[in-house]
Design a protein around this ligand. Structure first.
Ligand code: MAN
Length: 561
C-alpha cells in the first residue's frame, strides 16, 4: 500500500452518497456524472467547444486540454506535455493552480467512504488502499498486481475510530458544559460580590459625606469660639482654674501662719529665759509668796514640757509645700489646663439652657454669626497652641478614616468589575480554569501553563525558573495540522490561542513570550512545547474548554461494529 496520507485529495463524500452507475465511465466522481451521461459524445468540461466521440473517453489518450476525457486512466496525469496541469501531490483541495477539470480518479469505496486518488497513482502497479480501499485504481493489473476490495474491513475500522472520536467529543463537550456551569457560578459570585461592594461603597460614601460635614461643622464652630479666659477650656479647665487659685490662697495663708508661729516661738523663748533666770536668782529667804508661787508654777510648766519639740511636721516639709508649683514640684497645673473647650460652653453658653430644637437652631445661626465676625476681624479666632482643638483633630481623623475606608472599598469594587469584564473566552468557559496550572516536559525543561496567569520554564537540573510570559489576551488562528492517532493534536480549523507576553528578558533578545494553542481534549494537558524561535515558545494544549459544544444526542447511534 502506498503511504498517501499527505497526498490525499480531499474529495471524500459521505458514506452512502451517490455511487457512479454501471454505465458511467470509470473514475467519474458523483459531482461530474452529468458530464458523462451521453452514450455517443463527450464534451470537454473546461473546453465546451471540443466534442469527442464517447469511445475517446478513458481510451488512455489525453484529448481534452483539461484532461476531463480521462477520468479513469493516468493518461492525463503527466504523460502528455500538452495535457493540462494536474493536481499536485500534497494539494489539499485537489485543484491548486491547475486547469484540470477533474480532481482525480474517483474510488467509490462502497462500504467505506468514497475519495479521489491522484491520477498518477492509477494503474501504477501499487494498491492505494488508504484512498482506494476497493482496489479499483488498478484495473489493468500492471506487473500482475491484483488489488482485492478491502473496504469492508477498512470501513469497519474507520467507523470504529469515528465512533470513538464521536464519544470522546461528546465526553469532552460534557466536561465543557460542566466548566461552563462552574464559570457561570463563579461569575454569579463575582456579581453578588459587586452588588454587595456597591452597597458598601454607597454607605461609605454617605458616611464620608457625613464625616466631612461634621468636620466642617466642628471646624467652623471651633473657629467661632470666643476666648473666655486664659486659653483654658471645659469644665475641667474651670475647675482647674478655681483649684489653682484656692491652692495659692492656702499656700499664702500657710506662709503667713508660719511667720506668726516663728514670732510667737521667739516670744515664748524670751519669756522662758526670764522665768529661768527668776528661778535661779530669786532669794528664797524673802518670804515673798507671789515670787514663790511664780517659781513653783514655772517649775511645774518646765517639768511638763517634752525634751524634743512636739509634732512630726518638719520645717523642711512645710518649706516644700510652700514652694511654687511647677512641672517638677507640687502640682503641674499645665497638664490640666489643656482640656477640651467644648464643655465650657455649657457653663458659659446661654444656648445650653434653651430647649434642644431651639438651641440647635440658635447654635447654628450663632456659629454663622461667629464665623462671620471672625472673618471680619470682630472676634478673635482661638486655635490652641497645637494649632487645632482635639475636637477638630478627632473630626478630621474620623473624616480621613471614612475617606480611606471608602477608597479601599471602591478599589475592591473596581477590581471585581474588571474581573467580571475580563475576556474568558466563549461562554466565559475559561473562568473556571483561572489560577489552575498544568505542565508537561520537553527536553531539559518542564513547561508549566497557569491559565490566565503565566507560563514558566523549569529546569530539570534545578536551575531557576524562567517566566515565559504573562497572560494578555485570547486570539484565534487558523491551523492546518495532520490529525494524530492519539487525538492529541490541533487538527485543522480556527483554534483559540492564548497570548502570554512580557516574560523574562532573553539574553541579547526580546522578552520571552508564549503562544498557547488550544485543542479539544477530554482533560487539560500540555501536549507539547517547542521554542519556535529564540525565546518565543509555542505550547499545544488540550482542554475540554477548547471544545465546540455538541449537544448530547437524543438517540444513541447504532453500532455497526
Ligand atoms: C535559556 C532558556 C532557553 C532560551 C535561552 C536564551 O537557556 O530559556 O529556552 O533559548 O535561555 O538565552
Amino acid at each position: 500500500m502506498r503511504r498517501t496520507g499527505a497526498l490525499a485529495l480531499l474529495g471524500a463524500i459521505a458514506h452512502g452518497s451517490l455511487a457512479a452507475s454501471e454505465s458511467l465511465p470509470r473514475g467519474v466522481g458523483p459531482e461530474f456524472v452529468k458530464f458523462f451521461e451521453s452514450k455517443t459524445t463527450f464534451t470537454c468540461i473546461g473546453n465546451p467547444s471540443i466534442t469527442l466521440k464517447a469511445s475517446q473517453v478513458n481510451d488512455n489518450s489525453c484529448d481534452c486540454p483539461d484532461g476531463s476525457d480521462e477520468p479513469g486512466t493516468a493518461a492525463c496525469a503527466n504523460i502528455d506535455p500538452l495535457s493540462p496541469e494536474q493536481p499536485l501531490p500534497g494539494s489539499v483541495t485537489g485543484t491548486t493552480n491547475t486547469t484540470a477539470a477533474l480532481p482525480g480518479f474517483w474510488c467509490a469505496n462502497a462500504g467505506h467512504v468514497g475519495s479521489y486518488l491522484p491520477f498518477m497513482y492509477v494503474n501504477d502497479g501499487v494498491c492505494d488502499y488508504e484512498l482506494c480501499c476497493d482496489g479499483s485504481d488498478e484495473n489493468t493489473h500492471v506487473g500482475g498486481v491484483q488489488c482485492e476490495n478491502r473496504c469492508d474491513a477498512i470501513g469497519k475500522e474507520y467507523r470504529r475510530l469515528e465512533e470513538q472520536r464521536r464519544q470522546n467529543k461528546e465526553r469532552s463537550a460534557k466536561k465543557r458544559r460542566t466548566l461552563v456551569k462552574e464559570s457561570r457560578e463563579l461569575r454569579r459570585r463575582v456579581e453578588v460580590k459587586i452588588a454587595n461592594l456597591k452597597t458598601e461603597v454607597r454607605d461609605l460614601d454617605a458616611k464620608k459625606a457625613e464625616m466631612q460635614a461634621k468636620f466642617d461643622e466642628v471646624e467652623r464652630s471651633e473657629r467661632g469660639k470666643v476666648v473666655k479666659s486664659e486659653g483654658q477650656g471645659g469644665k475641667l479647665g474651670v475647675l482647674v482654674g478655681l483649684a489653682k487659685s484656692r491652692v495659692n490662697e492656702l499656700r499664702n495663708t500657710l506662709d503667713k501662719v508660719m511667720d506668726q508661729r516663728d514670732d510667737l516661738q521667739d516670744k515664748v523663748d524670751q519669756l522662758e529665759d526670764i522665768l529661768t533666770k527668776l528661778k535661779e536668782e530669786y532669794n528664797p529667804n524673802f518670804n515673798d509668796e507671789g515670787v514663790k508661787a511664780a517659781v513653783k508654777a514655772w517649775e511645774d510648766y518646765a517639768a511638763g514640757q517634752p525634751s524634743e519639740p512636739k509634732g512630726d511636721l518638719a520645717d523642711s516639709d512645710i518649706m516644700e509645700v510652700l514652694k511654687d508649683d511647677s512641672e517638677t514640684s507640687g502640682i503641674n497645673w499645665a497638664e490640666f489646663e489643656t482640656g477640651e473647650a467644648s464643655d465650657v460652653d455649657v457653663v458659659y453658653n446661654w444656648e445650653a439652657y434653651l430647649p434642644v430644637p431651639v438651641r440647635d437652631y440658635v447654635h447654628q445661626k450663632l456659629n454663622l454669626l461667629r464665623v462671620w465676625a471672625i472673618e471680619n476681624g470682630i472676634l478673635a479666632d482661638n486655635p490652641t497652641s497645637g494649632g487645632e482643638s482635639r475636637l477638630v483633630t478627632a473630626a478630621r481623623e474620623a473624616r480621613d478614616s471614612a475617606t480611606n475606608a471608602h477608597s479601599v472599598k471602591l478599589g475592591q469594587l473596581e477590581e471585581e468589575q474588571r474581573e467580571l469584564e475580563k475576556d474568558y473566552g466563549p461562554d466565559d468557559v475559561f473562568r473556571a480554569l483561572k489560577g489552575k496550572c498544568i505542565s508537561g516536559e520537553a527536553g531539559e525543561y518542564d513547561y508549566e501553563l497557569c491559565w490566565f496567569d503565566k507560563t514558566t520554564q523549569k529546569s530539570k537540573k534545578g536551575h531557576g525558573n524562567t517566566n515565559m510570559g504573562n497572560f494578555v489576551r485570547i486570539d484565534k488562528e487558523f491551523v492546518d495540522e495532520e490529525e494524530r492517532l492519539d487525538g492529541k493534536g490541533l487538527g485543522k480549523g480556527q483554534r483559540l490561542v492564548l497570548r502570554y507576553e512580557n516574560g523574562q528578558g532573553c539574553w541579547n533578545g526580546p522578552n520571552r513570550r508564549t503562544d498557547v494553542y488550544l485543542g479539544c481534549a477530554e482533560t487539560d494537558e500540555v501536549w507539547r512545547t517547542v521554542e519556535a524561535e529564540k525565546c518565543v515558545y509555542r505550547m499545544e494544549v488540550g482542554s475540554p474548554a477548547a471544545c465546540e459544544d455538541v449537544q448530547e444526542p437524543d438517540v444513541p447511534i447504532k453500532s455497526e461494529l
